[in-house]
Structure formats: structure tokens, C-alpha cells
Design a protein around this ligand. Structure first.
Ligand SMILES: *Cc1c(COP(=O)(O)O)cnc(C)c1O
Length: 330
């Protein structure tokens, strides 16, 4: 029933793989499963950001990357650093704005998109964006970490590459870091694997095994977390401390903007007992944080916005804890 954890840096000569940086049977089992879910060929990496870096490396020298200013902070930091060294050029544009997006795509090499966006949870029509990216002659990469392949399969919409921080929903238990990049085109897959080997961005074997174990319950976790989120969104909308609820209708990420100031929102985040006050997301345990406490967060995000990663606990327990924290703040 269970695949082996193959702990080997070196293999006997004469086989398919000679050395552990070039391949491992445990990685392959995870890659086969994620590839089947996304409808492409998966390559696993040491972390989500390592997978992001591998995809960005597909851009030719001096090439242009179009990305949303609401992209994952680590992705934006990487792009900014590569721009500073002259490796590539970056056009930051709100990809939920169709006209601005189409204009920015002229002459671009890669379009980087997340949908739903973090943390305002706006969505982008991926079929439409893939068509416009194709007309511009650029590649489309979708970070599908928030939606998961249970709810959204970007390769079917025409994306060229899908990236995951498998640290989040795919593994689902907040106990490892891992990344995956999935593509259908054989040349792209080969380049991603070559990047991993030459840059040493290899996943850990035990992490791959744990991720595969987590993946077995992905559909059940997503279903339960989404149904919890839907119910919490309804109750949050009626709470007097809440000014706005952002929820795209899919998934288990919810953002709430509170009345009052940042200190009040910090107090709410710090006073829950069941909800863990922490960054990151996608685990079985619910967590929350005030996003603007991070200096790098997009200035468009309200100071009192709390981002909630809804887990799979009992929804009444989750609500009782959250409501007590919100009542305290009002
Ligand atoms: C966490 C995250 C990443 C980075 O993944 P790591 O596994 O932390 O390196 C990239 N994109 C999104 C949307 C994330 O949430």
C-alpha cells in the first residue's frame, strides 16, 4: 500500500540514474500523482519558491515578465532582484484589469499570475488570459497554490506551466517545504528538470513521501475546508466588527477587513485560541494573520485586513473562537 522512502544519494552503476541529484523513485511517485491531478508532467523542487525560480529561469536574458503586484511576496522579491541585476525586466500590472493586462503583455516573454490573488482574493479569467498571452507570444505561468487542482486546472485553460507551493494544500499538514512545477510541453519539462539538477534545487525524499501521503486526502480536505469557509463567510458578514468580507466563492482562503485600526486587528489575531496566529496557509489547522504587519505587503491591502486560512475543524468551534475574538475587539 505504501511506496518506499528511498534514501540513497548514490545508485549502482549501469541503471537509469547514477546520483541522487538527478532522480529518486520517491520524488517520481509524488510527481506522477501531481502530474495526473494537473494534467501534465510534474517536476518537484525543494520549495515552492525553488519551483518559481525554475519557471522564471525559462525567460531569456533581458526578457520581459508581466506579473501582478499582488503576487506572492517571495516571487516579487525574486523578480525585483533579477531585474536589478539586468537578468530580466518586470512589468507589474493588476491582471484583474483586462485592458491594462493586455497592454502590458505586448512584447512580454512570461506572464505570471495567481488566481485567486493574495490576500484580496480577486480572480482572473484564466481561459481569457491564456488566449491573450498566446496572442502576445508569451508563456503563461499560473501559481495554483490557493485553488489546488481540485478546484482549478490551469493547463486545461491554456496555461504553459502551473506552479505549487506544495508546502500548503497539496501536503496539507504544515510539516514540510516543497514545490512543484507542472507543464505539458516536453521541452519545457526538460528545461525544468535541467534547472533542478544544475542548481541543486532538489526536494527532500522524506518531504516527498509526506507530501504524497498528504495528497491522498487533498480532495476531502479541500471539500471540508471550503464548506467551513462558506459557512464562516456567511456568519462573518453579519458580525458588527467586520466591514468587508473577501471570498472568491471557491477554496478556503477568506479575508476580512475589520472596523477600527491596525492595533485592534492585531488584538483579534492574537486573541484566538483554536485559530493559530501564524503566517502560511493550506493546513488542516485554521490560521490567521494581519497581512499589513509585513512591511513588503501591497499598500493596496487595508491595514485591518485579516487573512484566514480555514482548516477542517468543526465549523461551530471555529466560529465560537473567532466570534469571541471579534466581540472582544468591538
Ligand atoms: C507559500 C507560497 C509560495 C512559496 O512557497 P514556499 O514553499 O514557501 O517556498 C509561492 N506561492 C504562493 C501562492 C504561496 O502561498
Amino acid at each position: 500500500m505504501n511506496p518506499p522512502i528511498v534514501l540513497a544519494s548514490t545508485y549502482h552503476a549501469g541503471g537509469d540514474v547514477g546520483y541522487g541529484r538527478y532522480g529518486n523513485p520517491t520524488w517520481e511517485m509524488l510527481e506522477t500523482a501531481v502530474g495526473a491531478l494537473e494534467g501534465g508532467v510534474a517536476t518537484s523542487f525543494a520549495s515552492g519558491l525553488a519551483a518559481v525560480a525554475a519557471v522564471v529561469d525559462l525567460v531569456p536574458n533581458g526578457g520581459i515578465v508581466v506579473a501582478s503586484p499582488a503576487s506572492y511576496y517571495g516571487t516579487l522579491t525574486l523578480l525585483t532582484r533579477l531585474e536589478a541585476t539586468g537578468r530580466l525586466r518586470v512589468r507589474l500590472v493588476d491582471l484583474t484589469d483586462r485592458d491594462a493586462g493586455t497592454e502590458a503583455l505586448q512584447g512580454a516573454d512570461l506572464c505570471w499570475v495567481e488566481s485567486p490573488t493574495n490576500p484580496l482574493l480577486r480572480t482572473v479569467d484564466l481561459d481569457d488570459l491564456a488566449a491573450r498571452t498566446g496572442v502576445a507570444g508569451a508563456m503563461l505561468a499560473v501559481d495554483n497554490t490557493f485553488a489546488t487542482p481540485i478546484l482549478q486546472r490551469p493547463l486545461q485553460s491554456g496555461a504553459d506551466v502551473v506552479v505549487h507551493s506544495a508546502t500548503k494544500y497539496l501536503s496539507g499538514h504544515a510539516d514540510l517545504l516543497l514545490g512543484v512545477a507542472v507543464a505539458s510541453d516536453a521541452v519545457l519539462v526538460e528545461r525544468l528538470v535541467a534547472y533542478r539538477s544544475t542548481n541543486g534545487a532538489v526536494p527532500g525524499t522524506v518531504e516527498s513521501w509526506l507530501a504524497l501521503r498528504g495528497l491522498r486526502t487533498l480532495h476531502v480536505r479541500v471539500e471540508r475546508a471550503q464548506s467551513n469557509a462558506t459557512e464562516l463567510v456567511r456568519r462573518l458578514g453579519e458580525h458588527p466588527a467586520v466591514a468587508e468580507v473577501h471570498y472568491p466563492g471557491i477554496g478556503a482562503m477568506v479575508s476580512v477587513v475589520l472596523h477600527g485600526d491596525a492595533a485592534g486587528a492585531d488584538e483579534v489575531a492574537a486573541s484566538t485560541e483554536l485559530w493559530v496566529h501564524a503566517t502560511s496557509l493550506g493546513g488542516v489547522e485554521s490560521s490567521l494573520e494581519r497581512r499589513r504587519k509585513w512591511p513588503g505587503e501591497n499598500a493596496e491591502v487595508p491595514e485591518t485586513l485579516l487573512r484566514l486560512s480555514v482548516g477542517i475543524e468543526d465549523v461551530d468551534d471555529l466560529w465560537a473562537d473567532l466570534a469571541a475574538a471579534l466581540d472582544g475587539a468591538t
